[in-house]
Design a protein around this ligand. Structure first.
Ligand SMILES: [Zn+2]
Length: 478
């Protein structure tokens, strides 16, 4: 019974201990997703087909893969890339290290072992009921099918994703962004929102298929469905609840101003970038990515002082493709610096310097407490799982650079690097390009901030970004 699999059908294994596995992560990461879903509001049911292009990230061949899905959903069919049925088993199981978390586990036997770095394709047809996962402690996962608002996302396991029944093991698997081609068919009065380029196909039965192509890799796929209103402006598409039209107009004006400023600073956007901004009800979490789009709570959407969060994502549209793997993600530091600069310059925010000084003091305090900051240089943040620090440390790196070279040379560096390396560049290429473009010698600057942790000593001794910049200015001759 332990390893029993039925060809083309499903087998519900009795007794969850029969499936006990060692806590090793799954051998596959998802690289591409094709998704097609339909919502039945009457029956409050979701049905869909998901095709996953999987890559073996381990050094060994792999011939099985496990998926997890919402506990009230089931797979009806599993197939390969040419439509041939693949043997699979499925069962509702509890997580070994989180017994409250109950999921449908689908274990698929692949037709042949997949070599390291090679890919294979699995298609899963499934259906069922979407309900919240609040019992696990995920209070924001209120997901359910509702005419007022429905969200389809991995948080509630609304579609199968690669994973086993051990949370610690799942967390050890590498995180990879994926491309997607996602379609949802709904009655005409509903709008479907996610990131990417959109086509809409109306059908004679009064439904419309909304299809989004990501056009790049995204860390998530969040699809919202509601009787939204929508406005588009200069590369930004906004979906909002009709009651919040004032907030939506403010956000639209802000995004237009932001796009104009960034174009002026860094040159034209390359490629067809559209950012989706999607208002969701309060208490459902928020998430943002330039490709996957932004979901933002209604409160934040109405709060004009949080316009910098939108600017942050807009700046990411001007990021060259980052080919470091894993990446130290200095683009997050750049975005964290630019969002405040934009709020100052576009909205007349008077608090930028004061806020910077406060954050600098906070960071200085953290250096004493957190050995990661003292030991791991920025270039290794990706390798050491420390990219949480890329935002703040990177913000001060770029703030210091801005202070040192001035706005016009800074724009030449950031815009020039984007235009030249739009299709791929590494951190070292960025450093080389910056050194070549700047009229100041930046060797010590990058040694301090990127390749060693000497910046910690400077931050500990500084009270302002001015102090940090002054450190690199040639001393006047006496
Ligand atoms: Zn960011």
């Amino acid at each position: 019974m332990r390893q029993a699999l039925m060809i083309g059908g499903m087998l519900l294994l009795a007794g969850s201990s029969a499936l006990a596995q060692p806590a090793t992560p799954e051998a596959f990461v998802v690289r591409r997703v094709t998704y097609d879903a339909r919502i039945d509001y009457e029956a409050t049911r979701l049905s869909g087909a998901i095709t996953l292009e999987l890559e073996n990230w381990t050094p060994k061949p792999a011939s099985r893969v496990s998926f997890i899905l919402h506990r009230l959903m089931q797979a009806s069919q599993v197939r390969d890339s040419v439509g041939a049925a693949l043997p699979f088993s499925q069962d509702v199981v509890q997580f070994e290290d989180d017994p409250v978390r109950q999921v449908t586990q689908i274990v698929v036997k692949l037709p042949r072992a997949v070599a390291p770095k090679a890919r294979t394709t699995v298609r899963i047809d499934y259906a069922g009921y979407l309900t919240p996962y609040t019992e696990v402690g995920w209070l924001y996962v209120k997901d359910h099918i509702d005419t007022a608002f429905t969200i389809i996302r991995a948080d509630a396991m609304a579609f199968p994703s690669v994973g086993g029944r051990n949370d610690a093991a799942n967390r050890r698997a590498p995180r990879r962004d994926f491309w997607y081609d996602a379609s949802v068919t709904v009655p005409t009065k509903y709008l479907v929102a996610t990131g990417g380029s959109l086509t809409r196909t109306p059908h004679s039965d009064g439904t419309v298929t909304w299809r989004y192509l990501s056009g790049g890799a995204s860390p998530f796929l969040n699809i919202s469905i509601a009787p939204f209103d929508t406005i588009s402006a200069l590369g930004v598409r906004i979906f909002y609840f009709p009651a919040d039209s004032t907030g939506a107009r403010f956000v639209a004006t802000g995004s237009q101003a932001g796009m104009r400023a960034l174009t002026q600073w860094f040159g034209p956007l390359r490629g067809q970038a559209t950012l989706t901004l999607n208002e969701i009800p309060d208490g459902w979490g928020s998430q943002s990515d330039p490709i996957g789009g932004i979901i933002q709570s209604a409160a934040a959407f109405r709060d004009t002082t949080r316009i910098n969060e939108l600017y942050h994502e807009l700046t990411h549209l001007w990021n060259a493709t980052d080919t470091d793997a894993p990446s130290p993600r200095w683009n997050e530091g750049l975005a964290s610096f630019l969002e405040e600069l934009m709020k100052e310059q576009l909205n007349g925010w008077p608090g930028r310097r004061a806020y910077e000084t406060k954050t600098l003091a906070w960071l200085s305090g953290r250096i004493a407490k957190d050995s990661i900051l003292r030991v791991v240089p920025f270039i290794d943040y990706g390798k050491r799982n420390a990219t949480g620090w890329s935002y703040t440390v990177g913000k001060f790196m770029f703030s210091t650079l801005y202070d040192l070279v001035g706005a016009s040379e800074f724009n030449k560096i950031i815009g020039g690097y984007y235009q030249k390396f739009v299709n791929g560049g590494t951190t070292r290429e960025f450093v080389t390009f910056t050194k070549q473009t700047a009229s100041t010698d930046l060797s010590t600057f990058f040694d301090d901030w990127m390749f060693t942790t000497r910046w910690t000593t400077l931050v500990a001794a500084a009270t302002s970004v001015g102090d940090l910049g002054a450190h690199y200015r040639p001393r006047p001759r006496s």
